[in-house]
Design a binder for this molecule. Structure first.
Ligand code: EPZ
Length: 428
């Protein structure tokens, strides 16, 4: 199993290019199941989560090619509606095939996703949405058995609280349902907006009634699409925090600053300054990509955060921000409201010399003078990125094992950071 060896306390400098967004691309890959034909996704990095999703789509009968950041998914020959445990257990986002398979084949058999390091993560809201659209659902032998012989029917779906995944599944099911569907209390993540843009490109009729409600008029058929994927705000945020924690100034390019407002304002409170520019060095068709240059705080102010659904502070940057607050001049409180148990990284950061207590979904971080390198273990995707950040700031050498987690959501992170001046080696 691969590990990282990091020699810390090197200043970073230069420009880092942000890849396409994992959490936007995964549902769009499954949206291709809603049509029979060849769809093209561009700006798609090489992530293990995409390999797993491609395996699942191929198992269902699709052809998937991925070269040079371009992914072509041909769904003409889909002949299966079952997502087996051995594929679903690798990646929870496999649940995204439920809505499209039900919508297209009027039946789906999807393994019930198991546990996860960051929390229990039930899928009851996904099932509730499918039942609202008329599907009959039973869970047996670890599988969700869903069917709607007469096809899905438009209805009103109201989520009791925000779920990104259930919102995406409900939208993908409703676009081919008979009649109109209203979805209330939707997730507002840019990943959802990107999915809606993609479905509209395919011919879906989706309208935002107000900020939290969608009206979907079902259509009988959708067509393949070609679409460029949005930049990954979590990768961009991770790189900005890598600069801040090493007190380095870098430029993060090809990102979308408006997707990062919650993070940028908290980092400004910590004492960082930012310059946001149009990247006129290589304009892209029809878009003005942006770049953010960070000027780091030399004396880091302690800042409290509460994670919330978008546009609030993202839970997927909580661990990285927590590592940054370990070096603040004072104490800060970090409340995790999305996954109250998402603190697996704390014990590992304390091994690197941090001083953090956790209770009841809250981490109290007492700032320390610095991290000292040690052997630590990654437990999930964002926790592993956090340990890399702490290793970059640590005095001496840090060894991080189980880094397979990081390859799920970051493309060649050690190469990108080494190009900025870090000293990270991947050992097999
Ligand atoms: C998405 O997960 C992201 N994953 C997660 O990113 C992210 O942490 C999360 O949204 C929140 O922003 C992908 O996009 C692939 P939710 P998702 O449904 O859709 C509870 C990463 O690091 N809930 O919004 O699974 C749930 O347990 C990953 O890239 C139910 O109770 O998140 C959680 O407490 C980690 N029942 C809360 O809602 C349900 O049916 C929000 O979950 C669904 C969710």
């Amino acid at each position: 199993m691969d590990s990282f060896i990091i020699n810390g306390q090197r200043k970073l400098q230069g420009r880092v290019y942000i890849s396409g967004a994992k959490n936007a691309i995964l549902p769009i890959m499954t949206a291709t199941l809603l049509t029979a034909g060849k769809s093209t996704l561009t700006n798609v990095p090489r992530l293990n989560d995409f390999k797993n999703m491609a395996h699942l789509l191929r198992f269902l009968g699709a052809k998937v090619e991925h070269e040079n950041e371009q992914m072509i998914i041909d769904t003409k020959e889909i002949n299966q509606y079952e997502a087996p445990y051995e594929l679903v257990s690798k990646m929870r986002a496999s649940i995204y095939v439920l809505g499209p398979l039900l919508a297209r084949f009027r039946k789906a058999r999807v393994a019930f996703p198991g546990g996860c390091a960051i929390g229990t993560r039930p899928v009851d809201l996904h099932l509730m949405a499918m039942e609202r659209l008329g599907a009959k659902i039973k869970v047996e032998h670890g599988y969700i058995e869903a069917e709607c012989p007469d096809g899905l029917k438009g209805s009103v779906i109201e989520f009791p609280f925000i779920s990104v995944g259930a919102t995406a599944n409900a939208i993908m099911a409703a676009v081919l349902a008979k009649g109109e569907t209203i979805i209330k209390n939707i997730a507002l993540e840019p990943d959802i907006d990107s999915l809606i843009d993609c479905l509209i490109l395919m011919g879906a009729q989706i309208e935002k009634v107000n900020n939290k409600e969608l009206l979907i008029k079902g259509v009988t058929e959708l067509k393949p699409f070609e679409m460029k994927m949005i930049p990954d705000r979590i990768e961009a945020g991770t790189m900005l925090l890598a600069a801040a924690i090493t007190k380095s100034s870098i430029t993060v390019s090809h990102c979308e600053p408006k997707h990062l407002e919650a993070l940028l304002s908290k980092m400004e409170q910590a004492g960082c300054r930012f310059e946001i520019n149009n990247e006129d060095c290589h304009p892209l068709q029809g878009e003005q990509p942006f770049e953010i240059t960070i000027y780091p705080a030399q004396k880091i102010n302690p800042v409290d955060i509460v994670t919330e659904p978008y546009p609030g502070f993202p839970t997927d940057l909580q661990a990285q921000f927590l590592a940054y607050m370990c070096l603040a001049d004072g104490s800060s409180n970090l409340k995790e409201t999305i996954y109250p148990d998402r603190f697996m990284h704390v014990a590992e950061l304390n091994r690197l010399g941090a001083d953090i207590q956790v209770s009841g979904g809250m981490a109290i971080v007492n700032g320390v003078a610095g991290f000292s390198g040690a052997e630590v273990m990654a437990t999930d995707l964002r926790a592993s990125a956090t340990l890399v950040l702490a290793g970059l700031a640590a005095e001496g050498m840090t060894k991080i094992s189980r880094i397979y987690h990081i390859d799920r959501g970051y493309e060649r992170i050690e190469e990108k950071l080494n190009n900025l001046g870090a000293d990270i080696k991947r050992i097999l």
